[in-house]
Ligand binder design. Structure first.
Ligand SMILES: *Cc1c(COP(=O)(O)O)cnc(C)c1O
Length: 224
């Protein structure tokens, strides 16, 4: 565990340095622990430290195995419609809302349970190399359609960057998503979260406007 705290100290130092350089408010950046393959014990210890307050799980089965109501959870991986019932009302955000059929099921389950489920729209930067999510130029249309879902509240965007591209291409992808985010956020006060950046690219993502980074290996060490 000492390692994880050391890692976190180093991550925070790097983010602070960038924030000073770029005039970004450090406190506006949320760090999420991308907690796939990590034990509940590790997560509880990190939670006690207090700086990482939310854990993002990829797979519903792993989330169900680990679930502890004293921690805060997000679902950050692809979500199958038939698994929605296991997460609605238990997670803070479903960060991978990327199709209306998924929204239909979230709405149905949330309505049955009398809860409003907060979600992030998963966006593809529109570049061919940026996989997953809906194209950047379709986000506003998608959001419009979601207005008729009273038990879904969309609070932002999540994007996963393409793997193995150069810094310039990466920035292009992040900036494209960031532009879409800003355009929506300035007319929609609920729209607050821009989740971009993982171990390899979190500093670039923050520089491009991200206010939530999802950290796995750089925080917890190599995957077991
Ligand atoms: C695993 C994962 C992360 C963290 O990945 P690292 O590269 O280990 O930091 C972030 N977001 C999603 C959606 C993931 O699946």
């Amino acid at each position: 565990m000492g390692n994880v705290i050391d890692n976190l100290n180093q991550i925070e130092a790097k983010i602070k340095e960038l924030c000073v350089k770029k005039g970004i408010d450090f406190n506006s950046i949320e760090l999420i622990g991308a907690s796939k393959f990590r034990t509940l014990e590790t997560l509880k210890q990190l939670d006690a430290d207090g700086r990482v307050k939310t854990f993002g799980e990829n797979k519903v089965q792993e989330f169900r195995d680990k679930y502890d109501e004293t921690l805060t959870w997000d679902i950050i991986g692809q979500l199958q419609t038939n698994k929605v019932k296991y997460v609605v009302g238990k997670v803070r955000y479903i960060s991978s809302l990327d199709r209306l059929s998924l929204a239909d099921e979230i709405e149905r389950v949330a309505s049955n349970r009398g809860v409003v489920q907060k979600c992030l729209i998963e966006v593809n930067s529109g570049d061919e190399e940026c996989k997953g999510g809906i194209p950047a130029n379709e986000v506003e249309d998608f959001l419009d359609k979601l207005k008729s879902y009273p038990h879904i509240k969309v609070v932002g965007i999540m994007a996963v960057a393409p793997q193995g591209v150069g810094e310039a291409e990466l920035k292009k992808c992040f900036k494209k998503v960031s532009e879409v985010f800003k355009k929506i956020a300035c007319k929609n006060p609920d729209f607050k979260v821009l989740s971009m950046g993982m171990s390899e690219d979190f500093l670039t993502a923050i520089e491009c406007g991200s206010n939530q980074v999802r950290l796995g290996r750089i925080l917890f060490g190599d995957r077991p």
